[in-house]
Design a protein around this ligand. Structure first.
Ligand SMILES: Nc1ncnc2c1ncn2[C@@H]1O[C@H](COP(=O)(O)OP(=O)(O)OP(=O)(O)O)[C@@H](O)[C@H]1O
Ligand code: SF4
Ligand SMILES: [Mg+2]
Length: 363
């Protein structure tokens, strides 16, 4: 299925199919009230502030939000990859295992076998002094007892699985000899070496050009279909989430502010913040020399959140009521949002088409 087919699929999906809970696969990961704080210079930074979600088998959850909204910290907390200055509380259950508070030895085993992560910058994640075949072989060796030849054969198999052209020849090449897209394929092969239940892709395609980005996302979707892996995809790009995610969680100021199946969310955006994020995606219909919308104002200081709704200082729908923080509530079946005046909802402070996020125009 191409990216375009995926968008068409999504546009034609109706709500009934989008949040039909009848045949939902079982949750693989259940996150409840996850919180992460950092203490720095006498300030408490609330990077993640009470996150709840379920990741179901074989599904993709997209966590979306502006820079600094807590996306990476929230998944690093699951993997025990935060510095000692981080304080993590709440719960994250992977199958029967509670990840929050797990000791480092047990966490290392989970990290190796059950959850794997692909980062934004493959150039920095790969070892420049070792050929890529060896790096994949080494990752395999950490999870399976195979002799040298069998591990190398498996590495070539994984290289083919991630569609690295001329895999046998590439085995001997070093990271600097590969393009950015190929390096990211190597990182995905390393991540898949353990056959993980959950694959976390943290801005895995952000550094790539648009064509390569689409190829890598297609690869991840294809691998997911074939291997049944559950994926958490982190991005600031709602367009990618629209194409590839089953569920979307929008973060602002360390919290989930809108959460729904992708088809529901994109057909009925409710949070003014989500709407503003969508407005900042260039459209094919935007004139080529037109003005690009960006969200006006600054993301909140996580050590000093504004009173009430954290989006209030930037929100076109804000009223005095927004000085009281709205709870994330399931207002419509399967659709949760935290807003007093949602976009397009009956009785909202703004109207579906009339309310516009405050935008700055940049040429
Ligand atoms: N080691 C740290 N010490 C103190 N604060 C930190 C640390 N790491 C992250 N933070 C805080 O947590 C906030 C959220 O960071 P995070 O990396 O999760 O953002 P993000 O949503 O992934 O942003 P981006 O899209 O830029 O990757 C940051 O704004 C920062 O204030
Ligand atoms: S309308 Fe109020 S509650 Fe809703 S996003 Fe704007 S400021 Fe927040
Ligand atoms: Mg990040």
């Amino acid at each position: 299925m191409t990216t375009q087919d995926r968008m068409i699929d999504l546009a034609s999906a109706d709500d009934a199919t989008a949040h039909d809970g009848g045949d939902e696969p079982a949750p693989v990961l259940t996150v409840q009230d996850l919180r992460v704080t950092f203490s720095r210079g006498g300030r408490t930074i609330r990077a993640v502030n009470g996150l709840n979600y379920q990741l179901r088998a074989g599904r993709t959850l997209a966590i979306i939000g502006e820079s600094g909204s807590g996306k990476s910290v929230s998944v690093r907390a699951l993997m025990g990859l935060l510095p000692p200055s981080a304080f993590v509380s709440g719960s994250a259950r992977l199958g029967q295992t509670e990840l929050v508070g797990l000791n480092e030895k047990a966490m290392r085993a989970i990290r190796g076998d059950e959850i794997a992560m692909v980062f934004q910058d493959p150039a920095r994640s790969l070892n420049p002094t070792m050929n890529v075949g060896q790096q994949i072989t080494e990752a395999i060796g950490m999870h399976q007892r195979l002799d040298k030849k069998a591990a190398a054969d498996r590495a070539v198999e994984l290289m083919k699985l991630v569609r690295l052209p001329a895999a046998e020849r590439r085995f001997e090449e070093y990271p600097h000899q590969l393009s950015g897209g190929m390096r990211q394929r190597v990182m995905i092969a390393i991540a898949l070496a353990s056959d993980p239940k959950v694959l976390i892709a943290d801005e895995a395609t952000t550094a790539l050009d648009v064509t390569t980005q689409a190829q890598i996302m297609e690869l991840l979707a294809d691998l997911q279909d074939r291997l049944g892996t559950s994926v958490i995809m982190i991005s600031h790009d709602l367009g990618l989430a629209a194409c590839y995610a089953d569920e979307v969680l929008v973060m602002y100021g360390g919290k989930a502010v809108e959460q729904a199946p992708a088809a529901t969310l994109f057909s009925h955006v409710r949070m003014p913040y989500t709407k503003a994020l969508l407005g900042s995606i260039p459209q094919l219909t935007t004139p080529s020399h037109g003005l690009l919308s960006v969200i006006g104002g600054q993301p909140p200081d996580l050590a000093s959140l504004p009173q009430g709704c954290a989006f209030r200082p930037r929100c076109p729908n804000a009223s005095d009521q927004c000085l009281t923080e709205p709870a994330l509530t399931e207002h419509e079946p399967g659709h949760r949002y935290a807003c007093w005046h949602p976009v397009g909802a009956a009785g909202a402070g703004g109207s579906a088409d009339g309310d516009r996020a405050r935008v700055e125009e940049v040429s």
